[in-house]
Design a protein around this ligand. Structure first.
Ligand SMILES: *Cc1c(COP(=O)(O)O)cnc(C)c1O
Length: 224
């Protein structure tokens, strides 16, 4: 596996500085922006140095992988917040609700029903971002923009807390228009959270209103 040429703690300081700089340009308070360190595929030994450097907010995209890695890390360190950033199957909703503090991939009524039921059963409300298929891509996860009002209404009816909207823009083209669109959709629906921006574009996302950036390879190096 390719390793970053910098130490994880150096990479963390660099990403934090770049978030602060982008926030400054947009006249935003950097404290408004949560950095989610996406640790998928990386073992606990690679994650521990970031925790030691003060990072507490992490993202995983697979329930099983997170179940394998995080209970031990959480026992060793206080204050860890775990975010699910990947697609979620309804049959994994109960595990996800037990394990994660925030879910970024609510995108369809069947999953909403499963999550609401799992939250009732666990006695725990886990904030969710509604993932929007912002580029209307055929194979991509996410709720169609046209279906967003109904999904948000269903979430309200089910007493499922919606933190905001999340997107992964189409690859290979400028992300800014998609971030701007997600920001507008969130504003239109009175939602505070905008989960947008990854290693290649988090500064643009911060300038366009991101409240949560999901950064993996810029912190951990390329995934194998
Ligand atoms: C993997 C992943 C990220 C992080 O991607 P990088 O390009 O490595 O920063 C962010 N969001 C989602 C949904 C992901 O699956």
């Amino acid at each position: 596996m390719e390793q970053p040429d910098t130490l994880p703690e150096t990479a963390l300081a660099d990403v934090r500085a770049r978030i602060a700089q982008a926030a400054g340009i947009a006249r935003r308070d950097p404290a408004e922006i949560a950095l989610i360190a996406v640790s998928k595929t990386h073992p606990a030994e690679r994650i521990a140095p970031l925790i030691a450097a003060g990072q507490r907010c992490f993202g995983e995209n697979r329930v099983q992988e997170a179940q394998d890695k995080w209970p031990a890390l959480r026992e060793a360190h206080t204050g860890i917040a775990l975010h699910l950033v990947g697609q979620l199957q309804s049959n994994k909703a109960e595990d996800a609700v037990r394990l994660f503090d925030c879910i970024h991939s609510l995108d369809r009524p069947s999953l909403l029903t499963a999550l609401a039921r799992a939250m009732d059963k666990a006695g725990r409300r886990v904030p969710c971002f509604v993932q929007v298929n912002i580029g209307a891509e055929a194979q991509k996860g996410g709720c169609a923009i046209a279906d967003l009002p109904a999904l948000l209404a269903a979430a309200r009816d089910a007493d499922l807390p919606v933190a905001g909207l999340m997107c992964v823009p189409p690859a290979g083209i400028e992300a800014a228009p998609f971030f701007a669109l997600l920001d507008k959709l969130a504003a239109d629906h009175g939602l505070a959270g905008r989960s947008m921006g990854m290693s290649d574009d988090f500064e643009t996302a911060v300038m366009l209103g991101a409240t949560h950036v999901r950064v993996g390879s810029a912190l951990f190096g390329a995934r194998g």
